[in-house]
Design a protein around this ligand. Structure first.
Ligand code: NDP
Length: 450
């Protein structure tokens, strides 16, 4: 067997070893396979990385914290939730990654998100390592006071692991500006320190950055614009389907519509609304952000269709943007998208496209923007927030948006050029994985056996 064959075998053995070590952690192993299965061309260039066991080192978090979060509801009943923080990799900087509050949260999900975050953060070009955290707490239907008590209890344990040079959380599903406020307030009380840079996603009135709320969604739209530019094409005149109606989805829709695209559908976990004339984003914001309501109310108010009996991906569109959650776009959805002539799928959420679906899209000549590149705008602007906090300065909305556009352009260029350099032209997923992995591995090797 030639050198290439044996190296492929070694890679396969490494992956199966990681599978044994992390048995049952479905989402985490899915994320590891997704990255490692694209690394062959890089390992051919750097064969000594196999002996240095760099793949085994990167897939093992530096530290995993699991803790009890006791809290009391408005009726005085006691609840116990489980809290997590996985400090995955600090080769490029302090751990950085959001907190997710959702009943589906478990160690596997936090590890998959933390693993992805390592490479995403590397692609931003900022000095940030990778981490992620959260809880199986369900914020839906909870009062403001209950949310506050939960956040305070969560931070009472987590604070000892955090710090502006150590570990800096942010938001994710179920954690927005309100929760970040409660978390920061509790940290400040316990640490007796006004340490702005210990968390990002803060209200711009007290240390947050303008554009942070918009950053992931806007960044996604900018990334799609770069994909289209490369094809001498543009967003103007294209039809989009966007899943979700949370932070990422809302601002992706807003920017796409501003750039001349028409978004005909969005959703929440109850179903999707289909508005052929284009989603009225102000109405979505009113329902979802001001009233914390359900997307169904949009259909009732506008007199358009609401569906809870089929997938949003059955709608015809030029471009599909999954912005809700992991594994929401499956093989049969991908088949329908290909059949309906969809040309681009870009991930606003983390790992929303299953591996089977990704292969179907690739074989159907659909261009694919992987989450670790396409949704990196959020963490990139978080890094700008840290920078502003450290320098006790602030930037205008326009300046920050300008920086975000430059960053997304650079990330796209890195993915595109790396893919071409390693013989995978047009394959942004391989480009993102190789570029991110290379940067982190080189830093780790330079820092000794860590
Ligand atoms: P939000 O909580 O603001 O919104 C999530 C949206 O997705 C809601 O509309 C929610 O509907 C829907 N959703 C959540 N879980 C499910 C599910 N199991 N099935 C169907 N719909 C679901 O979260 P974000 O917008 O912040 O995050 C969305 C995705 O983007 C996540 O994958 C996150 O990791 C990723 N991401 C977020 C970043 C950020 O800056 N916020 C940065 C990078 C990635 P419902 O209200 O019914 O639950």
């Amino acid at each position: 067997m030639g050198k290439k064959g044996s190296q492929e075998d070694q890679l396969r053995d490494i992956i199966s070893n990681i599978e044994e070590l992390n048995e049952g952690q479905t989402e985490f192993l899915q994320a590891v396979r997704e990255v490692y299965n694209t690394l062959n061309p890089l390992l051919e260039e750097e064969p000594e990385w196999i002996n240095k066991k760099i793949l085994q080192r990167i897939s093992e978090p530096e530290r995993q914290i699991i803790f009890r979060v006791p809290w009391q509801d408005d009726d005085g009943e006691i609840h116990i939730n489980r809290g997590y923080r996985v400090e995955f990799n600090s080769a490029l900087g302090p751990y950085k990654g959001g907190l997710r509050f959702h009943p589906s949260v478990n160690l596997s999900i936090i590890k998959f998100l933390g693993f992805e975050q390592i490479f995403k953060n590397a692609l931003t070009g900022k000095q940030i390592g990778g981490g992620k955290g959260g809880s199986d707490f369900n914020p839906k239907g909870r009062s403001d006071d209950e949310i506050m008590r939960f956040c305070q209890s969560f931070m009472t344990e987590l604070y000892r692991h955090l710090g502006e040079n150590r570990d800096i959380p942010a938001g994710d599903i179920g954690v927005g500006t309100r929760e970040i406020g409660y978390l920061f307030g509790q940290y400040k009380r316990i640490a007796n320190r006004y340490e702005s840079g210990m968390i990002t996603g803060k209200d711009p009135q007290w240390g947050g950055t303008l554009v942070r709320n918009e950053a992931t969604g806007y960044g996604l739209a900018y990334f799609v614009r770069e994909i289209l530019n490369e094809q001498d094409d543009e967003i103007d005149g294209k039809t989009f389907v966007v899943s979700g109606s949370g932070n990422v989805a809302i601002y992706a829709i807003e920017k796409i519509e501003e750039l001349g695209g028409t978004v005909i559908a969005c959703s929440d976990s109850d179903g999707f609304v289909h508005d052929k004339d284009g989603i009225d984003i102000d109405l979505v914001k009113k329902i979802k952000q001001e009233e914390r309501g359900r997307i169904k109310e949009y259909a009732e108010e506008k007199g358009v269709d609401f569906h809870d009996d089929k997938s949003i991906w059955t709608l015809e569109c030029n471009i599909a943007l999954p912005c809700a959650t992991q594994n929401e776009l499956q093989k049969e959805d991908a088949e329908t998208l290909v059949k309906n002539g969809c040309k681009i799928v870009a991930e606003g959420a983390n790992m929303p496209v299953t591996h089977d679906a990704y292969e179907t899209l690739r074989d159907g000549d659909v261009l694919f923007g992987p989450g670790k590149a396409a949704n990196a705008g959020g963490v990139a602007v978080s890094a700008l927030e840290m920078h502003q906090n450290a320098s006790m300065d602030s930037m205008t909305f326009e300046e920050t948006d300008e920086r975000l556009q430059e960053i997304m352009k650079t990330i796209h260029k890195t993915c595109s050029e790396t893919a071409e350099e390693y013989g995978r032209k047009g394959d942004y997923a391989s480009g993102a994985n190789i570029a991110g992995f290379k940067k982190v591995s080189r830093a780790m090797i330079a820092q000794g056996l860590i």
